[in-house]
Design a protein around this ligand. Sequence first.
Ligand SMILES: [Zn+2]
Length: 196
Amino acid sequence: MPIVVPRAVLSIEEATYNILRLVGEDPEREGLKGTPARVAAFWVEALQGYHQDPQAVLNSFADGAEGYDEMVVLKDIPFASFCEHHMLPFSGVAHVGYVPNPDNKRIVGISKLARLVDVFAKRLQVQERLTYQVTDALMQSHLDPAGAACVVEAGHTCLACRGVKKPGAVMVTSSLCGVFLSRGEARAEFLALVRG
Ligand SMILES: [Zn+2]
C-alpha cells in the first residue's frame, strides 16, 4: 500500500514561485532565481510580531517602581508595517505616552515603548488598530497606568501607487485612554509634547 501524503501546505517560497509563474514570468531565469527565497525570508522577518507577546516586552525587566509619576512620552518612533488589505507597506512615526499609576508608580524602560510599537507593526495591520493596540497593551499591562496615548502618522503605499494615487498624503490616527481622555490638561500636554 502506498503511503498517501496529504497535499503539503505551500511554503512562502513555493507560493512566491507560483505568483511569478502566474503573472507570466519565468521563475527560473537568472534574475529571479533567488527571489522566492528572498521574499520568504523577508515576510518571516516583516511579520514576526505574530510570535511576540506585547506583555512580555513590557515585563521583560523590573525597571519600574522608581517613584516617577509624571507623563512619559517617546515621540517619533519610526516603524514600518503592512496594510492587511493589500499587503503593501505603510510607514511613518508613532508617538507613545503614558502616565504612571500614582499608587504603584511603575515605569518601563523607554525602549520598551518602541519595541511595543514594533510588536504590533510587524503584523498585517490597519493603522487604526495598530494605534489602539499600543494603548490597549499599556492599559492592560502590569504598569496599570493612569492613562496611555498613541498618535501614529504614516504614509500608505496602497494610497500612493494604486486606487486614488495620492503619494505624500499622511494619515493620522490617535488613541487616548484614562487621564488622556478624562483630563483635558493631560491630553493637551501630550499633544504639545508630540507636536513640539
Ligand atoms: Zn492597503
